[in-house]
Design a protein around this ligand. Structure first.
Ligand SMILES: Nc1ncnc2c1ncn2[C@@H]1O[C@H](COP(=O)(O)OP(=O)(O)OP(=O)(O)O)[C@@H](O)[C@H]1O
Ligand SMILES: [Mg+2]
Length: 346
């Protein structure tokens, strides 16, 4: 990290999809910051709201979706910007990398012309030399040899074309990029190369990155901090090493355990299914699946608290274990099924 400037700041941010019935509350009150040059990883089971959060930060939501809360990009109040102003920011200062269809590359245009057109759209009057030096830099970061600068799209493999698309985002030197599952686009690269590329990206452009991926290995190696999302909430956020070494939230622990055993035995997974985001359970949303759930978890939503480890979690069990709250005896009664069964027998 090169400086402490906050690039993105979200407070109680919500994003929902208004459907015919109840709205789907895909992001339901999240707060975090991303600093200049920082890589924040975002993990969580499918459907927990990662892409919605990433797109919500960039204002790239489909019709019918709405946001509220507070969202700042540097000093700009993103929820109050006009559509036109938002549009101008995207591309030039904000970027999205995702699984793009390859159709955006024009088969009749050389790669150099793609770069030149992209740069001219956002920087009127940019000179030839700068176009070339910026383009070659973006190609280098994406591991594409400079000798390919004047080639045509069809001369590239599918994987390389996808990296070209990413280079076309980076050439604008955006201050903040959301990379949503970019690893599939980068399949041909080994994990170590992807990690090197991400660091190179940050070191070259001082870009801040929200990295959404199911690959916890990449998160552990490439990210400064990690946020764990469950059912529309960030349940744990902190320094990546701390979160991986000493997870505070039972969901983080289960996620790590399931990932480790999935890669070794292919059998383990977190029992149960995530809730319906149009009607999540009361109290802590994870309580029906949580091995540590107590009576209080069923009744009251946990409050985000900074744990002694330094990570912020919302979990009554972690708060209690770390002496941050005092629970009544009644609130502490475990909800674990086997305990309830034993109590019934007695
Ligand atoms: N356009 C949409 N309209 C209505 N609901 C949507 C829309 N897009 C996503 N959702 C719902 O919002 C919730 C969050 O979805 P999202 O795609 O953000 O999850 P995700 O964490 O990115 O999942 P994955 O890991 O599978 O990519 C899900 O319940 C999903 O069904
Ligand atoms: Mg997604």
């Amino acid at each position: 990290m090169k400086s402490d400037d906050v690039v993105i700041s979200a407070r109680d941010l919500r994003v929902w999809y208004g459907t015919a019935g109840l709205p789907v509350r895909a992001v339901d009150g999240v707060s975090f910051e991303i600093r200049s040059g920082e890589i924040l990883g975002l993990v969580g089971e499918s459907g927990c709201g990662k892409s919605t959060l990433g797109r919500g930060l960039l204002g790239l939501l489909p019709d019918g979706a709405a946001r509220d809360g507070e969202l700042f990009f540097r000093e700009r109040d993103m929820l109050r910007l006009k559509r036109r102003e938002q549009h101008a920011l995207r591309g030039r200062e904000l970027g999205l990398i995702f699984q793009e269809p390859l159709t955006r590359l024009n088969p009749l245009m050389r790669i150099s012309e793609h770069f030149s057109e992209t740069l001219k759209t956002h920087h009127r009057g940019i000179g030839k030399d700068e176009i070339e030096s910026r383009s070659l830099e973006a190609l280098r970061v994406m591991g594409i040899p400079p000798t390919r600068f004047r080639a045509y799209p069809h001369e590239f493999s599918g994987g390389m074309r996808q990296r070209l698309m990413i280079a076309l985002t980076l050439v604008l030197r955006p201050a903040f990029v959301v990379a949503d599952e970019p690893t599939t686009a980068l399949d041909v690269l080994v994990e170590a190369q992807i990690i090197r590329m991400l660091h190179d990206l940050r070191d070259t452009y001082e870009t801040s990155l929200l990295l959404i991926t199911h690959n916890l290995g990449i998160i552990a190696e490439a990210c400064d901090r990690v946020a764990v999302m469950y059912a529309g909430r960030i349940v744990e956020i902190g320094d990546a090493h701390t979160v991986f070494r000493a997870p505070q939230h039972p969901y983080t622990r289960e996620l790590l355990r399931s990932t480790i055993s999935l890669s070794t035995t292919g059998l383990n997974y977190i029992e149960g299914a995530p809730p319906d985001l149009s009607d999540p359970p009361p109290g802590c949303r994870f309580h029906p699946r949580c091995p540590d759930a107590m009576q209080v978890c069923e009744r009251r939503a946990p409050v985000p608290r900074v744990q002694p480890s330094g990570s912020r979690t919302e979990c009554w069990a972690a708060d209690h274990a770390n002496g941050l709250v005092t629970l009544t005896e009644d609130e502490r009664i475990p909800l674990a099924k086997e305990v309830i069964a034993l109590a019934d027998e007695a």
